[in-house]
Each structure stands twice: as C-alpha cells, then as structure tokens.
Design a binder for this molecule. Structure first.
Ligand code: CJB
Length: 839
C-alpha cells in the first residue's frame, strides 16, 4: 500500500500541512488531499479531482481563520450584523479565496511544480448561482467587504439545490437548463446535520389564559419542516476575519408523518418528505417580477424562521437568559422585502415562545431590523393575497393585524381624519383583493430604510414610500451600492491590477480612494501605452473565448461595446439594437463609410416566463446573424450574444470592455452595479441619468462620461402631456426605417409576425420611452466613435475613470451601513501562535 503514496507526501500529517503557506507545504498538502480526501493517485486523477484537492487545501487555511473568528466573536460577545437575503450570488470561491489569503502566486507555483495549471483548475469550479442578478451579487460583495473590514457578520439565506438556470441559445432563443451545481460536491460548505431547526406551516391557532393570567396563543401547524444548516466561510482580504454564510436546506421531519405510515399510507408519507424538500429545491428565476407562488412564500418564511431561531440560539449560548438585549447583540438587514416576514416572525418568537410583553417585543423588533429597498417597479413589489398568507402562516397574519392596528392608531393621532392616508399606509391593501404589503411590513418594523443610489433613494421618498417618509423622515437614508475590488479587479483583471500596483502600491485594493493617485498618470504617454496594451490583451482573451464559445470571429482592435445584465424591457437592450441597426443602415447606404469597427457584445438571462425579454434575446441573435454575415459590413460591425451570463463570465467581460452600455430608462434602475465594474476596469460609459450612473458621472467628471436621454423630470413631463411614441417614429426617418426593417421580416427570414410584439409596443405604448431617447442615444454614440478615433484622448478618459471610482467600493458602502445603521465596530482576529486553536 505504502508504495501508492505519492512522492513527497508524508504518512503523518504535520500541523503545518493544514495551515502552512510555503510553496513546498502547499504542494505537499495538495498531494495529501488528492490521496486521502479524493482517494486518487495522480495517474488516474481527473481535473476535477485536482480541483477538489486544491479546494480542500485552501479550505483548511480558511478554516483556521474561520474558527478563530467564531471563537473570538463568542468570547467577546461581539455585536454582529446579520444580512438576510434570499439570494447570494457568490461566484466561484477558489480564485477569490486565493486572492484574499494572499496565496494566489504561491499556489500557482505549487501547481506548476506539480505539472498542473492553476487556471485550468479554476475553470473546473461550478459557480454557485444562488441569485438572479444585481441584488444577489450585491449581497456577495457585501459579505466580502464585511469580512475585509473585520466586522462580525453572518449571512443567512437558502441553499437552493438548483440555482439560476443555465442558459443555452438554440436557434436564437433562450433555452433553460437546470443548474446542477452540487453534482460534483461542494468543497466550500460544511454541512451541520446536528444543527436542525423546526419550521411550522399552516394549521390554526387557539388562545387561552395561562395559570399566571397571561394571554397565550398556540399555533398548531399542519406541517413541520426542518432546516439544516450548511456553512460557508467568507474570508476577508488579507485579514484573519472569516465570517459565516449560513444557508438552510429543507428536510422532512423524520417522525412527523408516522400517522401516515401507521395507516399504511407509505406513499403519502414519502410524498410528504418530497414536498418538504421542495422548499429549497430551486431558486425562482424571476428578477423584479413578483411570482406570487405559495412555494416562494414558504421559502421566504422558512429561511427567516431558521435565521431568527439560530440568532436566538446563539444569543442564549452566550449566557444571556432573557431576550431583552437581543437587538444589542444583533442588527439585521433585510435585503429587499424577501425576508420581510422576519418582522412578524421575531414578534412571534418573542411574544409566543419567549413570553415577552408585546410592547417590549415590538421595541426590540424595530431596533433589530433595517430594510433596503432595491426597486420601484410596481410589478416587483411583493404582496401576498390574504387567504394564501393566512392559510400558510395563520399566526403571522394575526400578528400583522395587531402590528397594523397599533401602527394605524398612531397615524390617526398624527393625521386625524385623514382616512385616505390610513388606507395608503396600511400594511393590508384593501383596494380590491386583500393583500399583505411586504414593503409596508418592512418599513413599519424597521428603524432604518434605505435606497441603493442617491436618485433611487430620492424617488423612493417621493413615490413608493412617500407616506412613510412623511411619517418618519428620520428613518430614511441613502446607501449607494458598491462592488468589491477584490473579485472585480484583482481576481478578474490581473494585468490592470499589476500595472496600477506598480505605480501606486497595493493600498488601493483595501482603500479604493487611493486610485486617485493615478490621476497625474493620465497625461503620461508611457503609462497610457501600457494601459492600452493591458486592455488589448484582455480584449484578445475575450475574442478567443467568443470564437470558442459562439464561433464568431471578432477583431480585438474594434471598439468593444458591452451590455451585460438581466434582460428586461426597462434595461432597454432593444434600444441598443435600434442603434446597431442604425449603424448597419448607415453602412448599407454608404459602403465606403469610414466607420470605427465595432463589436457589440450582449449577455444576460431572461425570466423563463417573461415573453418580451425572451423575444429581445431572439431579436439580438437574429440581428447578429444578418449583420455578421453581410459582406457589405466588411467586419466593421459585429454583434455577439454570449450565452449563460453569470459571475464567471462577468469576470471575463468587464476587463475587456471599451464601452459600458448603461442605458435604462431614467428612474427605473435603482442603482446598477455592473456600471461600477465596467468603469473600474477602464471602460467609458454611455448612459442615462439613472441609478448610480448619476453618481458615477459626478465622480469621473461629465467630460469623461457619454450622457444621453431624458431625465426623470423630462420623462414625467412627457407622460403628463401624453406620450405619443408614434410621433417620434413618424418624425424621424431613420428611426422609422429601423422599426420598419424589423417589422418587415428582414431579420427573421421574412417572418413579419415574429418581432411584431416588440415593434408594435414601441409604436403604440413604449412604456420605457425608447423612441423618446433614440436620437439622443444615436447622436451620443457617434460622439463615442469620434473620441475613440483619438486613442490618446480615449485612454486619458479611461485612466481618469478608474482613478475616480474609489467611491464605488463596497467597502465604502459597508462603512456607511456600519456607521449610520448598524452601529457596529470591527473586531480584530489574531491567530494563535500555534497553527491550531488553543483549547
Ligand atoms: N434588483 O437584482 C435586483 N432584483 C430585484 O428584485 C430588485 C432589484 C437590483 O438590485 C441591485 C442591487 O441593489 C441594483 O443595483 C439594481 O439596480 C436592481 O435592479
């Protein structure tokens, strides 16, 4: 047997093999894990075996930091941020952990010495797609920053068995494939089969007066499901802090349906088990579109109940007997309204299960929660029909009625006789079918409410939460989103990272404001040349990927203009298509036209049930097909739709962009974070005054940003006067021609019906005002082309963009949350002198 032990692998592990960071130790530990964890020897090991062996090697180093963090928090009874989110869109762990451990180069070398290529192993990792888009990715960036800033934090969410679907493109259409991300195991999580909490559903309640004269309510559920914890360490950048991401998986309670077994209903009992597990089976793939499905409400309640029960457990573990200081130990952020049911659940736990008086429980609850709103779109605002809600959560409905009554009593005092206001503020929508409005529950139950960009926070106060703002203006603030420079620069753009670090040192990775020190270099010709060459190499890499993945050859010397995000009408991917067809028409009209060669790259998933979004994908692919094959264009225009846009692909795409397309209708994109990733990687932005674009433009300077389109106020004015999109089309020959061309079947093999829904909507309704913004967009794009011809000027603008992006680090955002909302301080984690934990 011993002859099978790989050379260099010790038969007895030393302490250092779990924690050591020298190349030699890493190499030895890697071989050891291949052998003893994967059960493989090199001759038969697959790439995935090697990936897993490396993942376990890195995980050991994480665990050292994680356990020390957990122990320190416990010993010091640290105040802790709990980030409740139905989505955490983490992206692959391995590369990021290597960066944060500061071990990337060492491991790269250790792999090289073993005859392996780190990049190939990184590519093996199946990314955990536990989110739809911006909201879930923000949660992941915030977990990175919390750890980097050494803030004690726990992320609570759902361990979906199937994450966001994989997207394939067949005949130009999106096809959804289930995401079996757990197929080959997940080395980054630690299951906690002994950490199990019970969650009740359905049934009824009854009340009685106990022997001490207290009014008590008992909830007799119809069903009990158990939540099992799965823990993932989230390490900060070059600190010893590793925080906990605890995701819950639903399981059947083994003994619950013995009744069915006993009566011989074996299948019934098994069905019950399957139904229980269904709760965490799949992520709902809708972004900013309420689904209103019972299972979705079950998911939300399931993970919130597990999270709050777990917090109470941890609180009690630290020796506290009663829960009167719960809000001093924990501060809980609600990531949108998906976890808003927590407000009622904490009340239930405090009042029903821990026998706390209502007033005290309410005080604690409100001091515990804070709520972030991420969208103003009416179709995204969560509301649950009362009968559905009451049948699933009968006790919570009673609690919500009680909260609402007490809340409205106070409103009455402040606004006597203003019944209309009461109706608008009520947690229960009584305007037609009756609903529970989750944003109202979150607003009433929180001490702080924030939007995610300055403009969005203002609009929130003027529209969706206007009455709440008038009632309690002090609760409202803005927290502009941010992104982590670790994943979105250091990991994904090593070339630019190296170039910047050579000039200004490495401080900027933790203090992004330091990028300002690049400003003087914007005029440095030598630096500019290096800057351009990094961008060019990134574009070459993306071009190679495009060739492999979609079989289209694109020229890395052409202007890479990129639009990647979820497909949604308000994000206006089809406005970009109108511009592309306009350029195409110009080339057809004038084949000799001297036009900057351009490559338009799209990526993004559409919600499976969102017909218009899917049709937009088909339109992009159809237009791509015609243009890419038209000899008249002669490689001056290429259009590519990259399938299956996800975090991994984002990491390839942002570093390679010249132009970032941020073209949503003003007032609709709450913030956007892709806009930040592009600019940080040196792309210039063509964009509207929407979301965080406004602040990006303020920071980088109006002269370094391509602005177009109507403002929110101008659009409001347009609608007030009656928006008539056909007038824009009829009075603009090129626009009319472009719309007619789509309608004529030119891009659909003569099929005039295919794209009719898009064209007719634009002519007749145009909810998102594409036609009103079209000319301004086309003109602005021409300006882009002009500047691009002056490469020195373009590069200068690119450098200045990067130099001025400091504000958009998620570290800045998290610092603001810590100071203004959470009131929490960093806790230093010191590793013990010996590598393992001291007893
Ligand atoms: N957002 O991704 C989602 N899903 C939603 O259901 C609602 C909003 C996005 O959240 C991001 C993070 O705050 C924002 O940057 C983005 O504008 C918004 O659409």
């Amino acid at each position: 047997m011993t002859s099978l032990i790989p050379p260099g692998c010790p038969t007895v592990l030393t302490e250092d093999d779990r924690t050591g960071t020298s190349i030699e130790t890493l190499r030895r530990a890697f071989m050891d894990n291949l052998f003893f964890i994967q059960g493989r020897f090199p001759e038969v090991a697959t790439k995935n075996d090697y990936y897993l062996a490396l993942a376990y090697t890195v995980r050991d180093r994480l665990l050292l930091r994680w356990l020390n963090s957990a122990k320190t928090y416990r010993d010091q009874e640290s105040r802790t941020v709990c980030y409740l989110s139905a989505e955490f869109l983490l992206g692959p762990h391995l590369g990021n952990n290597l960066i944060n451990l500061g071990l990337y180069e060492a491991v790269e070398e250790a792999m090289r010495q073993t005859g392996l290529n780190l990049k190939e192993l990184l590519d093996q990792e199946e990314e955990p797609g536990l989110g739809n888009g911006g909201l879930g990715r923000l949660a992941a960036c915030y977990m990175d920053s919390l750890a980097t800033l050494e803030i004690p934090a726990i992320g609570y969410g759902i361990r979906y068995e199937y994450g966001i679907f994989d997207q394939e493109i067949r005949d130009g259409w999106q096809v959804e494939i289930t995401d079996k991300w757990l197929r080959y195991g997940n080395p980054w999580e630690i299951p906690r089969p002994e950490l199990i909490l019970q969650v009740k559903f359905g049934g009824h309640t009854y009340s009685y007066t106990d022997d001490q004269g207290r009014y008590r309510v008992v909830w007799e559920p119809h069903q009990v499901i158990q939540g099992v914890a799965y823990d993932t360490p989230i390490l900060g950048y070059k600190v010893n802090t590793a925080n906990l991401l605890r995701l819950w998986r639903a399981e059947a309670v083994e003994s619950f349906d013995f009744q069915a077994f006993n009566t011989g209903d074996y299948y019934g009992a098994v069905n019950q088990k399957i139904a229980s597990e269904n709760i965490t089976k799949v992520l709902y793939p809708n972004d900013e579109q309420l689904q209103g499905k019972e299972l979705r409400l079950m998911q939300q309640y399931f993970f919130c109940s597990c999270a709050l029960q777990d917090m109470i457990r941890l609180y009690k573990q630290s020796g506290n007997k009663d829960l009167s200081r719960f809000h001093e130990k924990f501060t809980v952020q609600l990531n949108d309204t998906h976890p808003a049911i927590s407000v009622a659940e904490l009340m239930r736990l405090l009042v029903d299960e821990h026998l706390m008086p209502w007033e005290q429980a309410w005080d604690i609850t409100r001091q515990t929660f804070a709520y972030t709103n991420h969208t103003l779109l009416p179709e995204a605002l969560e509301k649950w029909p009362l009968d559905l809600f009451g049948s699933l959560l009968p006790r919570h409905l009673q609690i919500i009625y009680e909260i609402n009554q007490r809340f409205l009593d106070q409103v009455r005092l402040q606004y006597p006789g203003d019944n209309d206001r009461l109706r608008r503020l009520s947690i229960i929508d009584e305007s037609g079918c009756r609903y529970v409005r989750m944003a109202h529950l979150a607003a009433v139950g929180s001490h702080a409410i924030n939007g995610v960009a300055a403009l969005h926070s203002e609009l929130l106060k003027q529209t969706v939460l206007k009455d709440f703002y008038e009632l309690t203006p002090q609760k409202f603030s803005n927290k502009t989103n941010g992104v982590t420079p670790r994943r979105w620069m250091v990991l994904s753009n090593p070339g630019l990272t190296r170039l910047i670090t050579e000039r200004i040192g490495e401080d900027w990775v933790k203090h992004l404001d330091q990028l300002r020190r690049l400003e003087p270099l914007a005029e440095d010709r030598d630096f500019a040349a290096q800057w351009r060459s990094v961008k060019h190499e990134n574009k070459e890499r993306l071009a190679a990927y495009i060739r492999d993945r979609v079989g289209v050859t694109v020229d890395p010397h052409s202007l890479f203009s990129i639009l990647v995000k979820r497909i949604h009408e308000y994000k206006r991917q089809h406005l970009c298509v109108l511009n592309i067809i306009t350029l195409y028409q110009m080339l057809k009209d004038n084949p000799q036209l001297d036009m900057v060669p351009q490559t338009f790259i799209f990526g993004g998933k559409a919600a499976p049930g969102y017909y218009m979004a899917k049709l937009i994908i088909k339109l992009i692919n159809s237009v791509a097909d015609v243009i890419n094959h038209d000899p008249a264009v002669r490689d001056r225009l290429k259009v590519v739709f990259l399938p299956d846009y996800n975090v991994t692909l984002g990491q390839r795409v942002y570093p390679a962009a010249d132009l970032s397309q941020q073209i949503s209708t003003a007032g609709y994109e709450a913030s956007g974070t892709g806009n930040m990733k592009f600019a940080l990687n040196g792309a210039l932005t063509i964009g509207t005054l929407d979301g965080a674009n406004v602040e990006i433009r303020e920071e980088v300077g109006a002269e370094n940003f391509f602005l177009f389109g109507n403002t929110v106020e101008q659009l409001q004015e347009l609608w007030r006067n009656g928006y008539r999109p056909w007038e824009f089309a009829n009075s603009n020959p090129m626009l009319k021609r472009v719309l007619d061309l789509i309608g004529s079947g030119y891009f659909s093999h003569g099929d005039t019906a295919l794209f009719r829904p898009i064209v007719e909507h634009l002519w007749q309704n145009d909810r998102y005002c594409l036609l009103a913004d079209y000319q301004s967009y086309v003109d602005c794009h021409q300006q882009v082309l002009q500047v691009y011809q002056d490469q020195a000027q373009w590069t200068k603008m690119s450098i200045l963009n990067v130099a001025r992006m400091g504000k958009f680090s998620s570290d800045r955002a998290i610092r603001e949350y810590c100071q203004d909302i959470w009131h929490v301080e960093p806790v230093k984690i010191v590793l013990p002198a010996t590598s393992y934990m001291t007893p």
